[in-house]
Design a binder for this molecule. Sequence first.
Ligand SMILES: CC[C@H](C(=O)O)C(=O)SCCNC(=O)CCNC(=O)[C@H](O)C(C)(C)COP(=O)(O)OP(=O)(O)OC[C@H]1O[C@@H](n2cnc3c(N)ncnc32)[C@H](O)[C@@H]1OP(=O)(O)O
Length: 252
Amino acid sequence: MAYTIEKNEKGYLVFTITRSEKRNAINYDIMEGLSKAISEAEGASDIKALVITGEGERAFCSGGDLSVFHSLYTKEEAYSMLSKMADILYSLTILSKPTIAVINGTAVGGGCELASACDFRLARKGIKAGFVQGMQAITTGWGGGSILAEKLPAEAAMKLLMEAEPQTAEFLYDIGFIHHLYHEEPLCACEQFLEKILRLDVNVLMAYKKIWINKWVESKLRVRIEEEVKTCAVLWESDAHHQYIQAFLNKK
Ligand SMILES: CC[C@H](C(=O)O)C(=O)SCCNC(=O)CCNC(=O)[C@H](O)C(C)(C)COP(=O)(O)OP(=O)(O)OC[C@H]1O[C@@H](n2cnc3c(N)ncnc32)[C@H](O)[C@@H]1OP(=O)(O)O
């Protein structure tokens, strides 16, 4: 199985991408698993939060699985994959309970989009994360750019996207993308971070989350995500993008 979904007795669900041999790249199985975890977290009355992390210490998530998605050539083919994951990341963003990304290793491209869709981001000291899509002649395409614009001040978000390079966890903490740096075991760090939040009744947590969900619905975040997906799909067709993918796959 490419992922696990585990219920922690302290009241939160943990979704782990278990493809460390591929730096936890996201394929269609992972998309399905993520969707399942979001639905489970949403529907379970004894779950107060959803945690997302990656297997191993090398990577949290390396974004889209290029060995699968390299076969998407046209903007229509790209749109089909991009919009599928954008739907999932939007549902993660507006999940009625707190969500936490535990960035246990490198996070690049769509991996940073996945982390952005969570309310809180913890990162292991020393890891690097970056919205590298721009260096591949595309933009974020799963909604991560539009979501990042909701989470960071414009200049900070724009700089991360437009520089398109991995940054240190410490730098990302300084600009407020990362909320807590840890050096111990990932889930110990997560449990410590969640300790006070989990004391509250789930209805209180959901009421507070609703403040932001209402803001995102009223400001038509989903419409802005759709525009991002369409833009990325058009750029996807470029020779420069396909040359990047081929170069990456041929480097083996
Ligand atoms: C809108 C989202 C968008 C999309 O869907 O396309 C994106 O996510 S764009 C960004 C796509 N992701 C990338 O371009 C990242 C590619 N990977 C890397 O840059 C590196 O692998 C890195 C920095 C994540 C880790 O480097 P490291 O040296 O630690 O590992 P290797 O490069 O040797 O990789 C080990 C192993 O994993 C395979 N791998 C890594 N990332 C991916 C990926 N995204 N898709 C498929 N496979 C990936 C890599 O090919 C190696 O496999 P092996 O069989 O051992 O050669």
